[in-house]
Design a protein. Structure first.
Length: 144
C-alpha cells in the first residue's frame, strides 16, 4: 500500500507529542518544524526553532515526566487534527506556579499545518482550566 501525503502528515504531526514532548528529544524541533514555524499556545505565540524549543523545555521543566498520548488523529489537506491526553507530575515551576507535586491529566486539542514536509503552524488548545484546578490554583465547586 502506498504512503499517502495524509499518512506522512500524520506521522510528522505525531512526532511532536510522542518524540519531542514524551521522549524529551528537543533536538528534533529542527527536523520537524520549518525555520519560520509559529506555535499558537494559550500563553502566546512562539516563532522559530529557538522559541518553540524553549516553550517545550519550559513545559518539561514543570512536568519532567510528561507523557502525551495521541487519542485521535485526522488529516485533511495540509492540516492534521489531534486529540491528546497529557499526563505528568508538577515537579518544577510552571507558568509562575511553584511545584505542587500533584499529578495531572488533561486533554489537549492540536491542529497542525504542514508544508513541504515540515510543520509550519500549530494551534494548541489544552484544558488550562482543568490543569489549574488539578494543580489547586483554582477552586472548582463540584456541587453546583
Amino acid at each position: 500500500m502506498a504512503t499517502t501525503t495524509k499518512d506522512a502528515n500524520k506521522r510528522l504531526a505525531r512526532r511532536v507529542p510522542e518524540e519531542i514532548a514524551t521522549d524529551g528529544n528537543i533536538e528534533a524541533v529542527i527536523e520537524v518544524y520549518a525555520a519560520d514555524a509559529v506555535e499558537h499556545a494559550p500563553d502566546g505565540d512562539y516563532e522559530g526553532h529557538a522559541e518553540i524549543a524553549e516553550s517545550i523545555e519550559d513545559v518539561l521543566a514543570g512536568f519532567p515526566d510528561m507523557e502525551a498520548t495521541v487519542e485521535d488523529i485526522v488529516a485533511e489537506g495540509d492540516t492534521v487534527a489531534m486529540r491528546l491526553t497529557l499526563r505528568g507530575t508538577h515537579e518544577g515551576e510552571f507558568m509562575g506556579i511553584e511545584p505542587t507535586g500533584r499529578s495531572v491529566e488533561i486533554e489537549n486539542m492540536v491542529f497542525t499545518r504542514i508544508e513541504d514536509g515540515k510543520i509550519t503552524e500549530r494551534w494548541l488548545r489544552p484544558d488550562m482550566f482543568g490543569l489549574m484546578s488539578q494543580l489547586g490554583v483554582v477552586d472548582v465547586p463540584l456541587d453546583s
